[in-house]
Design a protein around this ligand. Structure first.
Ligand code: PLP
Length: 401
């Protein structure tokens, strides 16, 4: 990996735009991480937790029925939905927890929106014997009681952020200031490949296990061929960078990021940052941002709560600007009908986030020759979405009822 450079830049994106009082903590993290990451001791500990707690490696699996119905390219999925806690997020959570142990920190701090990142982090903290402090918007705490219960069962402390809209943005501000206060004995475990240097690099590295596994699994399944397309849904970019990492140096492999088009391309009804955003600063890094004229982040929305974010990680922004990464967008409606379709025809209930990537992959397969193949990162399972989808959409989208 050539990027980031010594200052934490991916081309013109990235860097560190947080106030100087946090620089020493970020520098300590960057240098300790660099000195530890390739040691056999660190790699062995990571391997042990991946295999035993998480259930890695996750398989690459052929979607037979969906492929036949699409009538074009073959569709494969990398089953990150089979991770313990149900999504790819635990890949970097266990990494941060191990890093905290090795750095002699006793606590992990993070924010969470719907609670998925918080649950994955609380799980990693429990395994490594660390304290865990998860900041969550007061409104989200009210909405997501089962994830709040899970975090508490796992021993985490859930801190309510009640400023502003009492949602993810406020939780993130609250978590970051808690980290600044406690950085002597705590590590901040960010939720995606975003934020100031070194976070985007560390999250990408821990997630890259997905792409490395997928590459060799695909080669052996196909008898030596690489996929023509690799597809992932995109919010901050952790699952996308994870699977792309295995294919970045293969120019024949087209990489596509699938953004949430929500209800339409009108501001406030989507969260499609690369499609409609402009260069700007968000969460301490230079990147592409959906923003208002005064530079404050736009209001964003999507049926998939994990995709509701007005920015993208800096490496994603760089790859897109360089033309290495294509971007597409999928609406709420398309994602929901794909959720029903994959459940019924493949026996897999995908997360609504991952349903965006799958919806795009099916459209791509329909217009591609049968000699080609598409590999999708199935970033998480849809159990968390079932109640919501059945309550609001079953009659409309499920034709057989
Ligand atoms: C959080 C989440 C995402 C989006 O986050 P990225 O950092 O862009 O990967 C996608 N899928 C699932 C299942 C998630 O939980």
């Amino acid at each position: 990996m050539k990027f980031p450079d010594a200052e934490g830049y991916f081309g013109r994106f990235g860097g560190n735009y947080y106030p100087p009082e946090v620089w020493p903590a970020l520098e300590e993290l960057a240098s300790t991480y660099r000195s530890l990451r390739d040691t056999p001791d660190f790699q062995d500990a990571l391997e042990t937790v991946r295999v035993g707690l998480q259930g890695r490696p996750t398989p690459v699996h052929f979607l037979r029925k969906t492929t036949t119905e699409a009538g074009g390219a073959r569709i494969y999925v990398k089953r990150e939905d089979l991770n313990h806690t149900g999504a790819h997020k635990i890949n970097h959570c266990v990494g941060f927890a191990l890093l905290a142990r090795k750095m002699g920190k006793r606590k992990l701090i993070a924010e969470t929106g719907a609670g998925q990142h918080g649950v994955a982090l609380a799980t990693a903290a429990a395994y490594f014997g660390l304290e865990c402090e998860v900041h969550m918007g007061a409104v989200d705490i009210g909405k997501q009681s089962s994830n709040v219960g899970r975090m508490r069962l796992l021993g985490a402390q859930v801190v309510a952020a009640d400023a502003g809209q009492s949602a993810l943005k406020e939780a993130s501000d609250s978590a970051f200031s808690a980290y600044v206060e406690q950085h002597e004995h705590a590590l901040y475990a960010i939720g995606s490949a975003i934020g100031p240097h070194p976070f985007p690099m560390i999250v990408r590295d821990f997630q890259s296990a997905v792409g490395q596994e997928a590459r060799s699994q695909f080669l052996s399944l196909s008898g030596g061929f690489l996929p023509d397309h690799v597809v992932a849904c995109l919010a901050g970019g952790s699952n996308a960078m994870g699977i792309y990492a295995g294919f970045l140096d293969d120019p024949a492999v087209t990489l596509t990021a699938v953004e949430p088009l929500g209800k339409s391309n009108e501001t406030g009804k989507h969260a499609a940052t690369l499609s409609f955003g402009t260069p700007g600063t968000l969460h301490g890094a230079q990147s592409v941002v959906l923003q208002q004229e005064d530079g404050t982040p736009s209001h964003v929305s999507s049926v998939a709560s994990g995709l509701v974010y007005p920015g993208v990680g800096p490496e994603i922004a760089m790859l897109h600007e360089a033309g290495r990464l294509k971007v597409s967008a999928i609406s709420d409606e398309e994602a929901i009908s794909t959720f029903f379709r994959i459940a019924k025809s493949e026996g897999i209930i995908p997360a609504l986030e991952s349903s965006h990537a799958l919806a795009f992959a099916i459209k791509l397969a329909e217009r591609s020759p049968s000699s080609e193949s598409v590999l999708v990162n199935l970033s998480g399972r849809g159990d968390k979405d079932i109640d919501y989808v059945l309550k609001y959409y079953q009659g409309e989208y499920d034709p057989e009822r």
